[in-house]
Design a protein. Structure first.
Lengths: 343, 191, 314
């Protein structure tokens, strides 16, 4: 029996990684939380507001960071990335690189939790939408920046905004066949926020369906539609064209079966969720399974275990909302703890 | 000069006046429509409507008053209330149709089914004149106005023989009060 | 899933051939013989021999677009035409989007349905033909883009900033796979225009179909085709388009020949000349203006020729 305190490397400091590191630290094991950005929080740091309760994500991040800082079992390494990783004895040997001063450091870990999170697909394949061609066609993460700018009192007041859902998702031809799960909810959030900030703006959401499968989710979306008066139009838009300095959207209102048009200032694309670029390489180094899209794949009959001593949580496994990331982080930590207690 | 150029409907230029009107005047908020189609699925006459109940609500959202005033569904709806009964949001579609029908008639829009409109008007006339609506006088009025004298004549005769049709209509004792009430309403509506 | 739809021209045409079979277009060669000539001359200047054959027939696309008959009826015609090309061991180059679309589609049907192939070959065997699927189908616009550097090196009449609005037409980009550009937002013609010194104009209805819809021009000219074209030309005029280019004689007919009727009906003054991209390239690389057959164009090219080819004032 090994008397040394077991150590877990958690790659990724978003909600999944933070929760995992926290639970491991609280259980009495050591955790090294590695995050390539200068601050913890992952994608949460880019977000303005959250569903279903319109809470500020920064508050959640603040709470978690405080708890992490208060736990001496947890080492937080920000601005740090994993350079190499390989199996070594009954664990891993990992080289970490500091992204600012270029220094590197080697650590040993008895287990690894991958929590590298997600990214959004590059929507420029959709030439018909003009992403990368028209400056005001942006994706939903880029739109969060605009929302923050507006909240802090930015200049341009939008007269009209159109949100396109399922850009790249549910698309066998140019995108991915899967559903990215979170876009219906975050689009409702973004649309609702615009109406809160600018009640006079015309806000449209072009959808095929809206998937609100969670506690308080359906009510959230109905609220955005019925109380904030965001106009939902059923029909996947076909084309975005320039119209006298603004943008013209062509779609069909499938419920009536008639083509419709709308002229707006900004088009926001809810692009498909994809795993972050470095996930596949990391998975290979650590011996974790991945699926055809690069998402980490669980072993049969498990939820968060992807290989021998390798676990995962959050967006790198598939699109999930904050709550899901926290849950998966805790689950991965529980798996690790159980594993350690057994050996 | 013909400047016909076909362009699709511009959503940002539609007038939501009708939607607001329904909310203010008859307290129906169609924003709560989930677009599920349960109303259309169970509509008694849905298969012969030109616009099914779900589409009718969508037309209100699109502000298309012209289509709504001229559509066939306005006059062949049976008011069976199944749509209202089944709607998960409780949207009172029959009431919406009543409202639209009244509005169309007031504006003078020709009904898609003139006989239906005529029948309703004659029924009100009967009520106004006699205080009660009796079948035989109403039928006589209708047949005079439409010239359909021989239609259902055989059936009518059989009913008369069985004592189901009375040539002597019952009258209200003091019809003047009702007459006054109805004419007040009529002039009120004209304002 | 993310399948590669767009191919690089160097992958589609790895080696530039010395001779190609130029597939004559019924509408092209009859309505705009200048286009056919421009294609031949341009190919010649670029170092490629264009082989033609009077035995070739129409691709039958005209009737197919009208939906006059089922595609199966055109299979033997396609087999014969392509067998004719295969006898010469060449690849097939068309200069009409319609021919390109239909030859590609029909040859695909033949090569993936053995029953159809044997039926077609049985028929055409009577005249000694046999289609094997050896000849590949291209459109000359692909060759222009493939040889864009060669073209750029041969410009003698730069376009001097001429505002050109491209019309891609539908049937090339509609193929979606194995084409040179994304149907969502194509730009390869505009690149050629820029190379020649012109100003490409991205007018709003750039990707709108020409509305020719072979047959509708006869049956529904006023109801459908004219309002449709009006939308296109209004958008082109608003953006300041001086010249429109096409790569399909069908489109050329619709856009060129209908303008006077539009002007009459809508009280307008559209004066946008419409020529084939090959004619524009030929003009830029110095082909004699007489050889380009602009007399066949309804909308006059005088102003444009004055600007680009002043030596032949026309």
């Amino acid at each position: 029996m090994d008397d040394r305190v077991k150590k877990v490397l958690v790659i990724g400091g978003g909600p999944a990684g933070m929760e995992a590191a926290l639970k491991i630290g609280q259980a009495g094991f050591r955790a090294v939380l590695v995050e390539r950005e200068p601050d913890l929080g992952g994608t949460l740091r880019k977000l303005v507001s959250s569903f279903p309760r319109w809470e500020n994500p920064a508050d959640l991040v603040g709470v978690k960071v405080q708890m992490l800082e208060g736990n001496r079992n947890i080492e937080r390494l920000t601005s740090t990335a994993v350079l190499t990783a390989e199996r070594f004895e009954r664990g891993f040997r990992v080289t970490l690189k500091h992204l600012n001063n270029g220094g590197s450091r080697e650590i040993r870990a008895d287990a690894v939790i991958l929590a590298t999170g997600f990214d959004l697909m590059d929507a420029s394949v959709y030439g018909e939408y003009g992403y990368g061609i028209y400056p005001n066609v942006i994706n939903s993460l880029e739109f969060e920046d605009r929302l923050r700018g507006w909240k802090e009192g930015a200049e341009s007041i939008p007269k009209g905004i159109a949100f396109f859902k399922c850009v790249g998702s549910r698309d066998r031809s140019k995108g991915f066949p899967y559903c990215s799960k979170i876009c219906c909810m975050y689009t409702a959030k973004q649309a609702g926020l615009v109406k809160d900030l600018f009640p006079g703006a015309k806000v449209y959401v072009f959808y095929m369906d809206y998937r609100a499968a969670g506690k308080g989710y359906e009510e959230f979306v109905r609220d955005v539609i019925e109380k904030k008066h965001v106009r939902y139009v059923r029909g996947r838009p076909a084309k975005v064209l320039p119209e006298k300095g603004r943008l013209l959207v062509r779609a069909e209102d499938t419920l009536m079966g008639i083509p419709v048009e709308v002229v707006v200032d900004t088009v926001v694309l809810a692009s498909a969720v994809v795993p972050r670029a470095d996930t596949r390489a990391l998975a290979k180094m650590l011996g974790a399974l991945t699926d055809e899209y690069g998402f980490i794949e669980p072993l049969p009959y498990t939820a968060v275990r992807s290989g021998e001593r390798v676990f995962f949580a959050g967006g790198c496994g598939f699109a999930c909302e904050t709550q899901g990331a926290l849950q998966q982080g805790a689950a991965a930590a529980a798996e690790v703890i159980a594993f350690f207690n057994k050996s | 000069m013909d400047t016909e150029i076909y362009t699709p409907l511009r959503l940002d230029e539609i007038d939501s006046a009708l939607q607001r009107e329904l909310k203010e005047k008859i307290d129906i908020d169609i924003e709560t429509c989930l677009e599920c189609g349960k109303c259309s699925g169970g509509c008694s006459n849905g298969h012969i409507f030109d616009y099914t109940p779900r589409k009718i609500v969508q037309l209100v959202k699109l502000g298309d008053e012209e289509t709504l005033a001229g559509m066939d569904a306005l006059w062949i709806c049976l008011s069976c209330q199944l749509c209202l009964d089944r709607c998960p949001s409780g949207i009172d579609i029959p009431r919406i149709l009543d409202y639209l029908r009244e509005k169309a008639v007031t504006r003078g829009v020709k009904a898609s089914r003139p006989d239906v409109h005529l029948f309703m008007e004659l029924m009100l006339e009967e009520a106004r004149d006699k205080g009660r609506v009796s079948e035989v006088p109403l039928m006589i009025r209708f047949k005079r106005k439409t010239g359909q004298y021989l239609k259902d004549a055989g059936l009518g005769f059989k009913m008369f023989l069985k004592g189901k049709l009375s040539p002597f209509p019952s009258r209200m004792q003091k019809p003047e009060g009702l007459k006054k009430l109805l004419s007040e309403r009529k002039s009120e509506k004209k304002d | 899933m993310q399948v590669k739809r767009v191919v690089q021209p160097e992958n589609k045409i790895p080696e530039v051939p010395q001779s190609v079979f130029l597939f004559r277009s019924c509408t092209g060669s009859l309505e705009y013989p200048g286009t056919e000539n421009a294609v031949r001359e341009t190919l010649r200047i670029l170092g490629i021999e264009a082989v033609m054959d009077p035995d070739q027939t129409c691709c039958s696309g005209y009737l197919l677009t009208c939906s006059a008959h089922k595609p199966e009826v055109s299979l033997a015609v396609t087999a014969r035409n392509l067998a004719l090309v295969e006898q010469k061991n060449l690849d097939t180059y068309t200069f009409c989007n319609g021919c390109y679309g239909y030859l590609s589609e029909l040859s695909h049907i033949l090569l993936h349905n053995p029953a159809y192939l044997s039926m077609a070959n049985d028929l055409v065997a009577r005249w000694g033909y046999r289609y094997e699927g050896r000849t590949k189908i291209f459109h000359v616009q692909e060759m222009w883009y493939r040889l864009r550097e060669r073209i750029a090196g041969k410009i003698v009449r730069p376009l001097k900033g001429l505002r050109v609005g491209v019309h891609y037409g539908c049937h090339y980009l509609a193929k979606q796979y194995g084409i040179l550009d994304d149907g969502g937002y194509p730009t390869f013609h505009e690149e050629l225009i820029e190379l020649m010194g012109g100003t490409p104009v991205f007018y709003k209805e750039r990707q709108l179909c020409c509305g020719y819809a072979v047959g509708r021009g006869f049956t529904h000219r006023e109801e459908i085709v004219q309002p449709h074209l009006y939308k296109k030309f209004r958008s082109a005029r608003e953006a300041g388009v001086e010249l429109m280019t096409t790569v399909c004689p069908g489109c050329n007919v619709a856009l060129d020949r209908e303008q006077p009727n539009l002007n009459r009906r809508y009280g307008e003054d559209f004066r946008i000349a419409v020529i084939d991209l090959a004619q524009l390239i030929a003009l830029a690389i110095g082909v004699l203006v007489q050889k380009l057959g602009f007399e066949a164009n309804t909308m006059p090219l005088d102003d444009i020729l004055k600007k680009i080819a002043p030596e032949k004032g026309s």
